[in-house]
Structure formats: structure tokens, C-alpha cells
Design a protein around this ligand. Structure first.
Ligand SMILES: [Zn+2]
Length: 322
């Protein structure tokens, strides 16, 4: 897993055409730039710079051996597949893998595997729809050059690695064993007030706002549940910036129903005389266990709510025939 930084090309530039991208495919490239320092962030700066701004040149992500940078929203088209208004430019998400000589190609490609699996998962793109730039280019450009040459591994292995990542359960599918952090905007005794707050939240862009009603009769307005506290805190901060000053994070252990515990067994009431008689006659305690001797006996007498010294004094009397 790597961090995805975002630096989105401003609207209105030639390299942000802004048409709706149905995200049917993912197109894989190698950057072709082996220069020192030609890592993902450098490509981000290039795409935002004045030269690229006037060119039909853009794609969605660049990934290197450390991180990924996003340049365009996934659901917009771009210019990377050399196919004009074809499916590569208009209906795919473009991913460039860095080949800078001061980077690590294997790690960069592994990071691309992770990123591509993540995109497949987010947009429900089947691995069969991961394509090489070469596939879309009418002139069959040799891109992704390194992957096509088996560096650091074959195209088939690249696809296989993405597929096996997709076969792993997502965190959401794993049993709920961790705490869940929910971001709450408010809680109300009446549903109408909660509904009003939901409307406000949606107007402010929290389209997933929902009401959670609990056994206590309160209607809670929440905007997400997160496994990761940092994500919850970030969401809370977004809410506060949007004017929901009371937004806060509620953390609860995921509820695992526990079987009802049997009530504690009533402790038999026992007198000093009864205990002393038991010990004197070698009878077990009321719980069926022997009284024992020394420290064990004193501890057991205490358990039964008795004063060990008083019991021992009475045992001594009995042994003396009194
Ligand atoms: Zn390419």
C-alpha cells in the first residue's frame, strides 16, 4: 500500500478535457523517462506546468518506487493512449510507471500493481480490462516498454499480481474485530431535526450522511464509519470546516454479541462454628473442595467471608476436646 498524493490539473486547461470517463479500462504505460529525478512528483509538476498546459498530454496517475501522484479525477478523460477519441483516451484510466534510473523499477511496478488493484476495486473494473498503451495505439507504440520486455516481470505476471490482490478480502469483508470510528454531526430526540441536519449535510457535500437510531431513542446524524482513526479525524475536520462545528468522532468496538453470563453462584452463608466443625471432622467446604491447610485454608475461609483466626481458635478448642 502506498500513499496517493493529489495535485489535479486545473479545469479549463487543454490537458484537462473534462469529458465524462466511464472508466471501463485501465491503460498501463512506462514513462519512457530514465532521467535522474523523473519520479512521480516530477511528472505531476510537469503536467501542471505551462508547457503541458497547452498540449493534449495528460493521464491520471504516475507511480514510482515510493508513492503515487494523481493528476486528473478518475471519471474524466485524458490524452495518453494516442487513440484520439478512442477507448484508451476516453474510457480508461491512465497509469504511468516511472523508469527513472535513480528509482527502483521492481518496487515502482509492485506499487503500480497495488494502485491498479485499488482502481479495479473502486470502479469495478475487471482485470481483463487492464490494457497496455500498445493495445489502444493505432501505431502500436512499444509502451509500456519495460513491462513488455519482461522488466521487472512479464505482463502476464503483472496482471496475475493484480488479480491475486483483488482476490484478497477487502478490510470491510474481514470480520469486525477492530474499533470503528464514526463521524457524528449531531444527535436529536426527534427525527425531524435529524432529517434537517441530513439535508444540510448533503447540501455541504456529505452525500453519504445517514441517520443511525439507537436503542436510546436518539437519532444520530453521521457521515461515515472508518477503521482508520486518521481517516475519521480528517472527515471530522472537513465537516468542521464546512460549518458543522460540533462534528466529532465516536469510537466503538465493533459489536460482538457476548453470551449472557450466568449469575454468580450465591455464596453459602457459613458460620465460624460450621467451618470449624468441617475442618475438625475432615469434611469438605460447602463448595465440595477440601479446606486445605495453612495459607490455603486461610484464603478459603476469607473467601467464605469468615475470619480465619476465629475459625482456627474454634478448631483448636475442638481439638482440645472443648
Ligand atoms: Zn504509453
Amino acid at each position: 500500500m502506498i500513499q496517493i498524493h493529489q495535485r489535479i490539473i486545473p479545469k479549463g486547461r487543454r490537458n484537462r478535457p473534462g469529458r465524462k470517463n466511464p472508466m471501463e479500462f485501465i491503460t498501463i504505460h512506462n514513462t519512457g523517462n530514465t532521467s535522474t529525478g523523473a519520479h512521480a512528483e516530477a511528472h505531476s509538476r510537469y503536467l501542471l506546468g505551462d508547457v503541458a498546459a497547452g498540449l493534449p498530454v495528460s493521464w491520471h496517475y504516475t507511480v514510482d518506487c515510493r508513492e503515487a501522484w494523481q493528476h486528473l479525477p478518475d471519471n474524466e478523460d485524458a490524452f495518453h493512449a494516442s487513440d484520439g477519441a478512442g477507448a484508451g483516451n476516453r474510457r480508461s484510466i491512465g497509469v504511468e510507471i516511472c523508469v527513472n534510473q535513480d528509482g527502483n523499477l521492481r518496487q515502482a511496478t509492485d506499487n503500480a500493481v497495488w494502485l491498479v488493484a485499488e482502481l479495479c476495486r473502486r470502479h469495478n473494473i475487471p482485470p481483463a480490462n487492464i490494457r497496455q498503451h500498445n493495445h489502444f495505439d493505432p501505431r502500436s507504440q512499444n509502451c509500456p516498454r519495460q513491462l513488455r520486455a519482461g522488466q521487472p516481470y512479464s505482463w502476464a505476471e503483472f496482471i496475475q499480481r493484480v488479480t491475486s490482490l483483488l482476490d484478497q478480502p477487502t478490510p470491510q469483508e474481514q470480520p469486525p474485530s477492530q474499533a470503528l470510528h464514526r463521524v457524528q454531526l449531531g444527535a436529536f430526540g426527534g427525527r425531524d431535526n435529524a432529517n434537517n441536519l441530513i439535508l444540510e449535510a448533503k447540501r455541504a457535500g456529505f452525500s453519504d450522511a445517514f441517520i443511525s437510531s439507537g436503542a436510546d431513542g436518539l437519532f444520530r446524524v453521521q457521515i461515515g464509519a472508518f477503521r482508520d482513526l486518521a481517516n475519521a479525524t480528517a472527515q471530522r475536520d472537513r465537516a468542521r470546516q464546512a460549518g458543522f462545528a460540533d462534528a466529532f468522532v465516536v469510537t466503538a468496538e465493533a459489536v460482538t454479541p457476548t453470551p449472557p453470563q450466568p449469575p454468580p453462584a450465591p455464596r453459602p452463608t457459613l458460620t465460624v462454628e460450621q467451618a470449624a466443625q468441617d475442618i475438625f471432622r475432615g469434611r469438605p467446604a460447602p463448595d465440595g473442595q477440601p479446606w486445605g491447610t495453612g495459607a490455603t485454608r486461610r484464603a478459603r475461609l476469607t473467601q467464605f467471608g469468615l475470619d480465619p483466626q476465629a475459625v482456627q481458635a474454634r478448631v483448636n478448642q475442638l481439638m482440645a476436646g472443648r
